[in-house]
Ligand binder design. Structure first.
Ligand code: HEC
Length: 117
């Protein structure tokens, strides 16, 4: 091995060692639990699930795969026709997997909990 190759190899080892040490050291600012697990909150995590009530299971299972409940909670209080149009838009425009017989119960749930009659 030439000297320059040896120097390059040693430099690479030093860099990897430094990287490993950096990766293994949790940031002091992040609160960790007793097992060293660090949790973070992303915008929209708070209140991620839909308000509990009849129909909320349907909304939790059909509406959270692409975005949080905040997309619904931050809308004006739509009436049932407007919520129905939103559900149909999620399906037709964005490809949400919602069957015909799920549209009415979802619209009822959204109108009762996030809308006006
Ligand atoms: C297949 C992915 C997908 C699913 C499932 C989905 N959405 Fe969406 N939704 C979107 C996208 C994409 C947007 C637009 C995001 C943007 O413009 O930033 C959106 C936006 C919204 C908005 C904001 C207003 C608007 O029209 O842009 C509401 C309200 C909403 N969704 C409600 C729902 C409800 C209720 C469900 C369940 C019935 C649902 N979504 C399921 C993809 C989805």
């Amino acid at each position: 091995m030439t000297i320059s190759k040896t120097v390059a190899a040693l430099t690479a080892v030093a860099a990897l060692t430094a990287l490993a040490a950096f990766a293994a050291t949790p940031s002091k600012k992040m609160p960790a639990n007793s097992s060293g697990v660090v949790s973070i909150s992303l915008p929209g995590d708070l209140g991620f699930a839909f308000k509990p009530g009849p129909g909320s299971n349907l909304a939790n299972s059909l509406c959270l795969s692409c975005h949080s409940e905040a997309y619904v909670a931050t809308q004006p209080p739509f009436n049932k026709a407007a919520w129905t149009a939103e559900i149909v838009k999620m399906r037709n425009v964005y490809g949400a997997k919602i069957s015909d017989d799920q549209v009415a119960p979802l619209a009822d749930y959204l109108t009762s909990n996030y809308g006006t009659p």
